[in-house]
Ligand binder design. Structure first.
Ligand code: NAD
Length: 368
């Protein structure tokens, strides 16, 4: 069988710095676990604009469509702030998501015990937290027509349309049920069926897909406003939450902060299965290019490394190795090793980006 393939798009700012640490883990997987990836690299964002005058070259797009998974660092920076909207670095990322049709955005909120004090919530509420929000990413109110600012009589009116087809709801529901089967087998679907017709349809379709295809998964429904409240009241009641684009945007940011630091948050965006059965997939840290610390060896590489762990689990069915990487991260943090963003009130000496990567590799070695 051919080796699994990866396209690395490290991007701008701290993107290449954190991605350098992921490359160490990729090399470790080949050397110590016998899983060798075919790795290609290319440009995205500002670095692509500098070379090609576009944030994503067509050749890069074609490569992204052909590989098993894309690993992305981060894009953007002050140098590009004045560019025309059509060639801004973020457009490269949006093009990838759109053309790969990545409709299912997985945002885990996992709280490592060693960092439980970083959350704004009480330690016992977040310690050991491990949930995933599945957000529909390609439809809903951010895309629905009609949209715009119009004039009605003597005043202006702003319009956006929440629109979901049954098939759009069904495919993201399936993605959540599949995910739940690899976890604690529980899905909570969130909408506003009490006030929105699109919410009524959402609830019906999710229930229908459950009853016909995933009766073994425990399914519950919740209004999204109650969901927000429950997320900060007792987040450990959830396993997988599935919700639409707008509510998912808000709820996933809320859940992310339960865990404390932006430098810790991975994500996956998945699409339909390819011919080899693997889903179209893009893995990236939630954070941006952090121009304020770029080039200083201060960036925390853990979000990017945990994004690669998600690739191992969701693209390559290597759940055991994904857990091994996550445990190595946990071990390093438990040993008190911290990048600057994770320095708490207890002080300590921060380690650099590459020292963090090396420490995780050492913990991986020790796990064998
Ligand atoms: P940011 O996420 O880059 O940074 C916010 C703050 O968090 C900064 O103080 C930064 O130093 C810190 N931070 C972020 N990641 C960190 C890490 N791994 N380790 C340590 N500290 C970290 O957000 P921003 O400052 O609003 O945006 C900067 C640039 O990134 C902008 O051009 C923005 O458009 C872009 N951006 C890109 C993405 C993406 O590529 N997906 C996401 C968000 C922002």
């Amino acid at each position: 069988m051919a080796n699994p393939s990866l396209l690395i798009l490290a991007g701008d700012g701290i993107g290449p710095e954190v991605m350098a640490e992921v490359k160490k883990i990729i090399a470790w997987m080949g050397a110590r676990r016998g899983v060798t990836f075919d790795v290609a690299e290319d440009l995205v964002g500002g670095s692509a604009y500098d070379k090609h005058g576009t944030p994503l070259h067509d050749d890069t797009m074609a490569k992204a469509q052909a590989v098993d998974a894309v690993l992305l660092g981060a894009v953007g920076g002050p140098k590009y702030d004045t560019l025309d909207f059509s060639v801004k670095p973020e457009r490269g990322l949006l093009r990838l998501r759109k053309e790969m049709d990545l409709f299912s955005n997985l945002r885990p909120a996992q709280c490592f015990d060693a960092l439980a004090d970083f959350s704004s919530l009480k330690k016992d509420v977040v310690a050991g937290l491990d949930i995933v929000i599945v957000r529909e990413l390609t439809s809903g109110v951010y895309f629905g027509e009609p949209r715009g600012i119009f004039t009605e009589g003597n005043e202006r009116v702003g319009i956006n349309t929440q629109r979901y087809t049954e098939s759009e709801i069904a495919r993201v529901a399936r993605s959540a049920f599949e995910l739940a089967r690899k976890r604690a087998n529980k899905v909570c679907s969130m909408e506003k069926a009490n006030v929105m017709e699109s919410g009524i349809l959402w609830r019906e379709v999710v229930q229908d897909i459950h009853d016909k295809e995933y009766p073994d998964v425990a399914l519950s429904h919740m209004y999204a406003d109650n969901g927000a409240m429950q997320l900060v009241r007792w987040p450990k009641q959830f396993d997988v939450i599935v919700t639409d684009n707008l509510f998912g945007d808000i709820l996933s940011d809320c859940a992310a902060m339960l865990t404390g630091s932006l430098g810790m948050l991975p994500s996956a965006s998945l699409g339909a299965p390819m011919a080899n059965g693997r889903p179209k997939a893009l893995y990236e840290p939630v954070h941006g290019s952090a121009p304020d610390i770029a080039g200083q060896g201060k960036a925390n590489p853990i979000a990017c490394i945990l994004s690669f762990a998600m690739a191992l689990r969701y693209s390559f069915d290597l759940g055991e190795d994904a857990a091994r990487v996550e445990k190595a991260v946990e071990q390093v943090l438990a040993n008190g090793l911290r990048t600057a963003d994770l320095m708490g009130p207890d002080g300590g000496t921060p380690i650099s980006t590459s020292q963090m990567g090396d420490a995780i590799i050492a913990a991986l070695d020790a796990s064998l």
